[in-house]
Write a protein that binds this ligand. Structure first.
Ligand code: SDX
Length: 431
């Protein structure tokens, strides 16, 4: 069977150009334009990469029209329902669900890497108490490069795996330390007998003065929230990690770059922005005013937690997050949460509004996560930290896949230059 190709006719060039079309196992085919510049002397132009596949990957598949999210082929709904977060971590890293023995070994190895170098504690005292926890995370995670030199040689598969385990294991500890520093309480060490999410809740909410018992329903909800945030194809922060890693930078520095990118309100910062937006709306009867603002081209206001570059249907994670939100609120006996009332009514109105239907704007993962995290006891400033904690495994898995790709080379995009053409220097006396 002849290989499919794409033909390009360029005005002013006699010869047409032919490029091979590559087929994936599922999803859109791609036109392989790696030789375009050599063949035509031209670049493609795609700011924001709306039509660009930056790499080949086997980790996560998203169908934005159908609202499908698969990790190594397994639907997010099934992973969130049946497994725990470390099972999803194993799947993302190694490509298969672990056997019982593999899971026990992986859990043991992660659990026994949860402590951080004791000297890292001193980093925190350099920050103002009111520093945003994401600023602390950018600094402290980047500083891991200064502590774990024995796992920064990316050419050594063993060091790559040690660095991956360290990142997954230590992120909850660092995130909890960022929270404790923010609220002025002493750091709490990890406890090996606790599961991943339970350990994190204990490190955040335990105090030296009394025993802290982790609520198993809330720990299960936390595990599920981490699973929902674990990986999401080539999103902005994952692409940042891949680009940083393509230069050979060590994994800790790459993850710190991913954290910085995730912080933006158009990306992972949307969960914090969505809750602040619900507070700004303040009551159900003010919703129409904000819907109108979201539709007004002259108003920069957007509905935080709505819309997505890929999902033009309901984000499958948002449905599970909404269910988890109700579970957490009922477990905590929170009957009528005004923010939840506003969120539910806002969703109902938006999903019936012509503008949102035409632009295919649906709630995304960030819409209900804020209400849930607030009910769990986290301040809004910690919401994106939790997103970064969970996304670390996705960043690491994608970084590892890139490093192990024999075709890997440094990422170096070009541009459409519209600036000044060459001109001579003018002495200041003549300007
Ligand atoms: C995440 O990529 C990922 O996978 C990200 C993520 C992950 O897991 O890694 O899923 C996590 O980042 C989720 C998204 C969180 N961000 C927000 O909730 C912020 C609010 N959403 C928007 O900023 C926006 O929807 C984006 C950034 C999410 C997507 O932006 P795009 O793909 O560039 O789409 P766009 O801005 O071009 O919007 C298309 C149209 C525009 O109108 P027109 O210019 O065509 O007239 O829809 C409008 C936008 O004005 N629009 C919105 C809107 N989102 C898009 N209008 C009102 N409110 C919104 N939220």
């Amino acid at each position: 069977m002849t290989k499919p190709t794409a033909k390009l006719e360029i005005g002013g060039q006699e010869e047409g150009h032919e490029f091979e079309v590559l087929k994936g196992s599922v999803g859109p085919d791609v036109v392989n334009i790696t030789s375009l510049y050599k063949d035509t002397g031209m670049f493609t132009y795609d700011p924001g990469f709306t039509s660009t596949a930056s790499c080949e990957s086997k980790i996560t598949y998203i169908d934005g029209d159908e609202g499908i999210l698969l990790h190594r082929g397994y639907p997010i709904e099934q992973l969130a329902e049946h497994g725990d977060f470390l099972e999803t971590c194993y799947l993302l890293l190694y490509g298969e669900l672990p056997t019982k023995a593999q899971k026990e070994d992986f859990d043991y190895r992660v659990t026994h890497h949860t402590m951080v170098h004791e000297q890292m504690n001193r980093f925190f005292t350099g920050f103002r108490r009111d520093a945003h926890p994401m600023a602390v995370m950018c600094g402290v995670v980047g500083a891991m490069s200064a502590f774990y030199h024995d796992s920064t040689d990316i050419s050594d598969p063993h060091q790559r795996m040690v660095a991956s385990l360290r990142m997954i294991a230590k992120m909850p500890t660092i995130a909890a330390m960022a929270y404790k520093y923010h609220v002025g309480q002493p750091f709490v060490y990890p406890k090996n007998e606790l599961g991943y999410a339970a350990n994190f809740l204990h490190m955040c909410f335990a105090v030296p003065c009394e025993e802290y018992k982790v609520n198993p329903v809330l720990a299960r909800a936390m595990e599920r929230i981490f699973i929902l945030h674990a990986d999401h194809e080539q999103n902005a922060s994952t692409s940042t990690v891949r680009l940083a890693g393509s230069s050979g930078a060590n994994p800790f520095a790459c993850i710190a770059a991913g954290i910085a990118c995730l912080w933006g309100p158009a990306h992972g910062g949307a969960n914090e922005a969505a809750l602040n937006m619900l507070d700004e709306i303040g009551s159900v009867d003010r919703i129409p005013e904000f819907i109108d603002r979201a539709k007004d081209k002259n108003d920069p206001f957007r509905l935080m937690g709505f819309g997505h570059r890929v999902y033009k249907n309901y984000d499958p994670r948002a449905k599970i997050m909404q269910k988890t939100c109700h579970e957490v609120l009922s477990e905590l006996g929170i009957k009528d949460d005004p923010q939840l009332d506003i969120a539910m009514e806002l969703e109902r109105i938006a999903l019936t509004d012509e503008y949102f239907i035409e632009k295919k704007l649906y709630p995304n993962i960030d819409f209900y996560s804020g209400i849930t995290l607030k009910a769990l006891g986290f301040p809004t400033t910690m919401f994106t930290v939790l997103f970064a904690l969970a996304r670390t495994v996705g960043w690491i898995a994608q970084w590892k896949e890139m490093i192990e790709d024999p075709k890997q080379k440094i990422g170096r995009p070009r541009q459409l230059y519209t600036g000044a053409t060459q001109r001579d220097y003018v002495p200041i006396a003549k300007r």
